[in-house]
Design a protein around this ligand. Structure first.
Ligand SMILES: *[C@@H]1O[C@H](CO)[C@@H](O)[C@H](O)[C@H]1NC(C)=O
Ligand SMILES: [Mn+2]
Length: 579
């Protein structure tokens, strides 16, 4: 533009100078490199020692901000609980049903609200490399509320160094809510391409949608978040540094809680201990304090530490590596078990998982899943989550899969689908066996969840007096066991009596006295359980109390009583179930 203001003669002269300049620069520019040279350079770069994060006591980290003590005024600021003004209780009840989150409250809290910096004090003094990998944050959603989704996006944009945030990739898993259509597209336009929106053409479920998001992303690292999170102060560099050092590492932030009713932000974990992810034999996800040896391997309390598994929702991983190990098994349906699949695969096939205490992300725990699975997986035998577990167990756990079948006997009959591709992948990646994993990585599982003794009997337990079945009534102790209709399709009435005399139901055990029969925490060590079952007399004998399981007809009440062979209230039939 400016050139046209100049007179003609000057214009020519200027053009001449510009052309000469360009030619000169072009002459001195390095010639384009041959492919071979490029390849060599890449290899050299790969093996160059990477700069590690450095701890400098008292010196604020390079990506950290100076402390500020003022919290802005406003609803929910500082992560404080908010009570909606003029709240209509009917409306609240209705949004809780629809979203599992109080959206009336959420809509009144700023999308850019402040939250407390809950990190350990050391975290402010870590200095990270300046050339960390670029990152695509992948967020899958299905019928998510407007303000919770947008607050997730805002928090990522506000609290990530822009040079490392390549993009936020949103994957809409076939939502049908109006606000997630044109309105969302209009809204993200302000972010000028930094927030991209992909949409599934049919319902795919969380697992497949995530793989799709990773395939479509452009960053060197993919970082998965739930659609109702708020990332905390300086959350990103600590997650990227371990991957930068070694691109087979998966990193997991520490998750804080955001209350689903008040949006209060509060840590779930106490400050002076670290927890890591494990599992029990029914494949329920569990956490346990990190073993002393892992603690001692590190110089600083705030350093990352190894974990056998992860909860599933939130983690970062090198994108190429994630795709190389097959991303998620595409045969897994919707949700559940994918965290174990990825954990076992990463560890057994040469990678590792670390939890990163200095990276904190708040997550709204909903009381239930406010949507159905739709038509997904309806043509397979068995409940979806258990089918997923069966795939994972069959592909990765070798002889240890027997403990899963002991814990979930019905699963033997389920159809997990074709596993040949997953088994071929395991072979191709030359992965180690599960025994290696148990010995070297998940060695603390057995302290908490010993190998299960074999079942002598399993199934529903029917009374010969009333033809009703034992029902634990709840999955959490202390709960009094009662009676209800048999033939429930739900698995919560399937009991197991093992060789050690433990009577189990789900992950819990049954004990009793002369007043009640109760659900209790299974005792560790598993020696000398209290129960014996006699297949001839059909009676349950409690070895410690020396009494029998007894049902009183009139009050339908259970307790232990003197054994009496002619009393039908003491006769029980164990019946295995078929799908
Ligand atoms: C990366 O981590 C894996 C698993 O812990 C290890 O076997 C490998 O040697 C590491 N690679 C480098 C370059 O440090
Ligand atoms: Mn969630």
């Amino acid at each position: 533009m400016k050139l046209f203001v100049l007179r003609r003669g000057r214009l020519l002269k200027v053009s001449f100078i510009v052309v000469t300049f360009i030619l000169t620069v072009a002459f001195f520019l390095p010639k384009p490199k041959s492919q071979e040279e490029q390849q060599k350079e890449k290899i050299v770069k790969k093996y160059e020692p990477k700069q590690r994060p450095v701890y400098k006591e008292g010196i604020t980290g390079n990506f950290d901000l100076p402390l500020y003590n003022t919290v802005p005024e406003g609803p929910g600021e500082g992560g404080k609980p908010h009570a909606a003004k003029g709240e209509d209780q009917n409306e609240v009840a209705s949004v809780m049903m629809e979203y599992g989150i109080n959206m009336v409250v959420s809509d009144q809290v700023a999308l850019d609200r402040s939250i407390p910096d809950v990190r350990h004090e050391e975290c402010r003094f870590w200095h990270y490399p300046e050339d960390l990998p670029s990152t695509s944050v992948v967020i899958v959603f299905h019928n998510e509320g407007w303000s919770t989704l947008l607050r997730t996006i805002h928090s990522v944009l506000n609290r990530s160094p822009p040079q490392f945030l390549k993009e936020i990739t949103l994957v809409d898993d076939y939502s049908n809510k109006e606000h997630l259509k044109g309105e969302l597209e209009d809204y993200i336009r302000q972010f000028k391409g930094k927030v991209r929106l992909l949409r599934n053409k049919k319902r795919e479920g969380l697992i497949r949608s995530r793989t799709f998001g990773a395939q479509e992303s452009k960053g060197e690292v993919v970082l998965f978040l739930d659609a109702h999170c708020e990332v905390n102060t300086n959350w990103l560099p600590p997650l990227l540094a371990p991957i930068y050092m070694n691109n087979t590492v998966m990193t997991v932030p520490v998750i804080d809680g955001i209350d689903k009713e008040t949006l209060e932000y509060r840590p779930v974990y106490r400050g002076d201990t670290h927890f890591r992810g494990i599992f029990e034999w029914g494949m329920l996800y569990k956490e346990i304090e990190i073993p002393e040896v892992e603690m001692k391997e590190r110089k600083y309390f705030s350093e990352p530490y190894k974990s056998p598994t992860h909860a599933g929702g939130l983690f970062a991983i090198n994108r190429e590596y994630f795709l190389k190990i097959g991303a998620y098994d595409p045969g897994l349906l919707v949700w559940g078990g994918e965290n174990f699949e990825l954990s076992f695969k990463i560890w057994q096939c040469g990678g590792s998982i670390v939890w990163v205490p200095c990276s904190r992300v708040g997550h709204i725990y909903r009381g239930f899943m406010p949507y159905t699975f739709g038509k997904l997986g309806q043509n397979r035998k068995g409940p979806i989550v258990t089918l997923n577990y069966k795939r994972v167990v069959e592909v990765w756990m070798d002889e240890y899969k027997e403990y899963f079948y002991t814990r979930v006997p019905m699963a033997r009959q389920y159809d997990a689908g074709d596993l040949s591709e997953q088994i071929a992948l395991r072979k191709q990646l030359q992965c180690k066996d599960f025994k290696w994993y148990m010995k070297n990585v998940a060695y603390d599982v057995l302290y908490k969840f010993p190998l299960l003794p074999k079942n002598l009997h399993w199934g529903e337990v029917r009374s010969m007096l009333t033809s009703q079945c034992l029902d634990p009534m709840s999955s959490q102790p202390p709960s009094v066991v009662s009676m209800s209709h048999c033939h429930s399709s739900r698995s919560n009435k399937i009991f197991r009596l093992n060789e050690e005399g433990q009577l189990g139901v789900g992950e819990r055990c049954i004990d009793g006295d002369t007043h009640h029969i109760k659900l209790v925490f299974c005792r560790l060590g598993t020696v000398d359980g209290p129960w014996q079952y006699n297949d001839n007399t059909k009676m349950f004998y409690h070895r410690l109390h020396r009494k029998c399981l007894h049902l009183t007809q009139e009050r339908s009440q259970l307790h232990l009583q003197e054994c009496n062979q002619v009393n039908n209230g003491q006769k029980w039939i164990f019946r295995e179930l078929k799908v």
